[in-house]
Design a protein around this ligand. Sequence first.
Ligand code: ADP
Length: 267
Amino acid sequence: SNTTSNRTDAKTLLSGVKNIIAVVSGKGGVGKSTVSANLALALAADGAKVGLMDADIYGPSQHIMFGVRGERPMMKDNGDGKGLIVPMERFGIKVMSIGLLIDEKQAVVWRGPMVSSAIRQFVSDVDWGELDYLIIDMPPGTGDIHLTIVQTVPVTGVIVVTTPQLVALADAKKGIAMFSQAQLKVPVIGLVENMSYFTPAELPDNKYYLFGKDGGKHLAEEFDIPFLGQIPIVQSIREGGDIGVPIMVSDDVITKKAFENFGHNTV
Ligand code: ADP
C-alpha cells in the first residue's frame, strides 16, 4: 500500500537518525513544546546529536522557543537538482518549524492533505543528516495528522505530557490509547506530569498543587507506563520559552538542574 511505501521512503530518508521520539499531549497548553525543547537540549548536553521537528503545524512555537523567529532557513543542493532545506541551528540543536517558512500573521488554514504533505516534506526535504535523536513536537490531540506522522516516520517511541487536572488527563488517556492500539503499536516511553505544583519564593518549603496532586502519576500507574517525573510551575520556564532561551540553556541553575535529571531519566 501507499502507506507502506511512505514508511519505507521515510526510513531511507531518515537513515542517519538513530532514535525518533514523538512528544504528544491530549490537550494544548500543557507544556508539550516546552518539554520537547528542553528534552532536546538535555540530550544535547549529554553529548548527543539532536534535531527538533515542530510538527505542530497549526500552532508552531519552536521558532519562538529557540529564538529564531523571523529567520529563514537556507536551501542546499543535494546533487539531484532537488533542494534540501537546511534546518536552523541553535544551541547545538537542528530546528525545523513551519513557523520558519510562513509569515507569522498568516493563519494556517490548510486541510488535512496539505498538512500531511507538509509533514512529509519535513521528513524528506529537510537535511537532518546524522542524529542520535530527532524529537518531534506533535500537534495536540489525536487526529489524522498523528496517523500521518506515525505512518510516515519510523517513530521509536512517544512521550506523553499532561498536567494533573481531570480534563487534561481524560485527553491524555486518548493519546495513550491511540498510540498503543494494535495498528500503530508505537511504544510509550513514559509520561511527564507538567505544572505539578507551585512554590512561591517567599515560602520555599510549600508546594501548592494548583491542578490537583499526582494526576499524571496515577495515570501512568493505571496504564502501566513509566512515570518520568513532575515539573513544577516556574516563572522562568515560561519566560525562557517567550524570550527564546529555554530553561536548559538559561542562567536559572536550579530549574535547569531539575530538567537535566529529567533528561537522564527519560532515555
Ligand atoms: P503546548 O505545547 O502543550 O501547547 P507549551 O509548551 O507551549 O504547551 O506551554 C504553554 C505555556 O505554558 C507556554 O507559555 C510555556 O512557556 C508555559 N509553561 C509550560 N510549562 C511550564 C512550567 N512548568 N512552568 C511555567 N510555565 C510553563
